[in-house]
Design a protein around this ligand. Structure first.
Ligand code: HEM
Length: 468
């Protein structure tokens, strides 16, 4: 494995910071007379806390905290105290949010608010419900079929252009392809110089969310993200009158005309905010899933062959029903989403004092739900670090060990609205890749893991790619 230099530097700094003495203590004393317990934890190094240790080894760090402190613990991060929530019981309680203790707006807002403000994931309670109802109009089964009709020829054209050989960085190829799909299916625009400029602005906006220096320093990624947001706002705003008047079937046009059963519609600002958020929500997640699946199929060639046989037996296809009939592909996709949850952490904040599994969490506490690590935990999963798609087969059904054992799409009212779209896109692309290419990695290759919204290939996953 060749770990890229920035990741090596980060790992070295993180291991030094991890040795800084840090005294364990309570997050906050529980209210007198309550039978709640204080959340255990420790701050880590001054200001950065344990954020670098987390970023350089998400899984190892979460496992160590779980062993030391259990499912609910706190540590220092970004100059404040942040509560880590692990395991399906604790995460399930936050997602279901029966007592309305937990909010998204200032939780996610802390990380991505300046770039994705008022996206549906950053709205709470009644306002969220209203926006989600309207948004639902863009995700009906009939609409998905129409998106697939646009997507399928685009996938073929992209794959026809792929060059083959050694060291093909598949992450970059897939990222470009999902961006191109986003331009045509979501925005209804043609690929070209204007789309390139918008795509660059979009990539800057996404990267800014994980910036280390979280201030608009000239030349820094935070500033590039803010500038990117402005480009996107101008781009979408300028097109709204034509989209509202037209009959386009792209998602942008659909949102302009969407009307809930109660007759609610989106303002121009709403449409712009949702478009910018939707592009991000769809793009990074599908790219990570496809890249990680490519890696796992390279490491497990018997599964790659099995999927390929299934795809050849089905033939060239364009319908959702066809994609749904690819049973082994479905198992492999679920297993990929378990092993490498593309949204590895979910953010929340307590909007009032909360009781989480008997722990007292004061109002205004930032929380991070460890989806990626929790899907790699015993006893809910058998040998959780092994790629074993058959664990999802009906006769084993390990995902049924707990309602929140498998939660790559989250749960509760904010559960991913694009889960069927995402599954469709991943399957359509992987099906087409399997029919055109075979790929492999050297036996001793282990992919270094970096961090965007979730675990990503830090070296962009160099594969040996051959055309069939
Ligand atoms: C494999 C692909 C995907 C994964 C793993 C994924 C994962 C997630 C997760 C975990 C959440 C919950 C966030 C939270 O509770 O804080 C979420 C929300 C969301 N996702 Fe996805 N997503 C995927 C694809 C997509 C696609 C393709 C779209 C759009 C076309 C999309 C749109 C959204 C939206 C709008 C929300 C916010 C929903 C709300 O707050 O009501 N996602 N996604």
């Amino acid at each position: 494995m060749t770990t890229p230099l920035p990741l090596r530097v980060q790992q070295t700094v993180a291991s030094v910071l991890g040795r800084v003495p840090s005294t364990p203590g309570p997050l906050a004393p529980p209210p007198p007379g309550s039978d709640l317990r204080a959340v255990p934890g420790d701050p880590g190094a001054p200001f950065v806390g344990r954020s670098l240790e987390f970023a350089s080894d998400m899984l190892g760090f979460a496992r160590q905290r779980y062993e030391q402190y259990g499912p609910v613990s706190w540590s220092g991060a970004f100059g404040r105290r942040m509560v880590a929530v692990l395991g399906p019981d604790a995460i399930g309680q936050v997602l279901v949010n029966k007592d309305k203790y937990f909010g998204n707006a200032d939780g996610w807002g802390f990380f991505i608010g300046p770039f994705f403000r008022r996206g549906v994931m950053l709205l709470d309670f009644e306002e969220h419900r209203t926006h989600r109802r309207i948004l639902q109009e863009a995700f009906t089964k009939a609409r998905l079929g129409e998106y697939l009709d646009v997507m399928t020829p685009r996938i073929s054209r992209s794959l026809d252009d792929w060059t083959t050989g050694d060291g093909v960085r598949i992450y970059e190829r897939i990222k470009q392809m999902t961006l191109d799909i986003g331009t045509e299916v979501f925005v209804g625009d043609e690929l070209g110089p204007r789309a390139d400029r918008v795509n660059r602005a979009f990539v800057d906006t996404v990267h800014a969310g994980v910036a280390v220096v979280r201030a608009p320093v000239p030349g820094g990624s935070w500033k590039r993200g803010l500038d990117g947001r402005t480009v996107l706002e101008d781009y979408f705003t300028a097109q709204i009158p034509a989209k509202r008047a037209g009959e386009g079937r792209d998602m942008f046009s659909v949102l302009c005309r969407a009307r809930s059963d109660e007759g609610e519609t989106f303002s121009d600002d709403d449409v712009v905010n949702h478009m910018i958020f939707l592009l991000m929500a769809a793009h990074d997640t599908s790219t990570i899933t496809l890249s990680m699946m490519s890696y796992l199929l390279a490491k497990n060639p018997e599964w790659q062959e099995k999927l390929r046989e299934e795809s050849f037996a089905l033939g060239e296809t364009g319908s959702m029903a066809d994609l749904d009939s690819l049973v082994s592909l479905d198992l492999a996709m679920r297993e990929t989403l378990r092993m490498y949850a593309p949204v590895g952490q979910l953010a929340r904040i307590t909007v009032r004092d909360a009781d989480l599994q008997g722990f007292h969490i004061p109002a205004g506490t930032l929380m991070s739900l460890g989806i990626h690590a929790s899907q790699r935990m015993e006893p809910w999963w058998d040998r959780p670090d092994e790629f074993d798609p058959d664990r999802f087969a009906p006769e084993r059904a390990e995902d049924k060990s707990h309602r929140f054992a498998w939660m790559p799409f989250g749960g509760g009212v904010h559960k991913c609205i694009g889960l069927h779209f995402g599954g469709m896109e991943v399957k359509a692309i992987m099906h087409a890749m399997l029919r055109r290419f075979r790929w492999s990695v050297p036996d001793d290759y282990v992919m270094p893991i970096g961090l965007t919204t979730g675990p990503t290939p830090a070296d962009h996953l160099p594969l040996r790619l051959e055309r069939l």
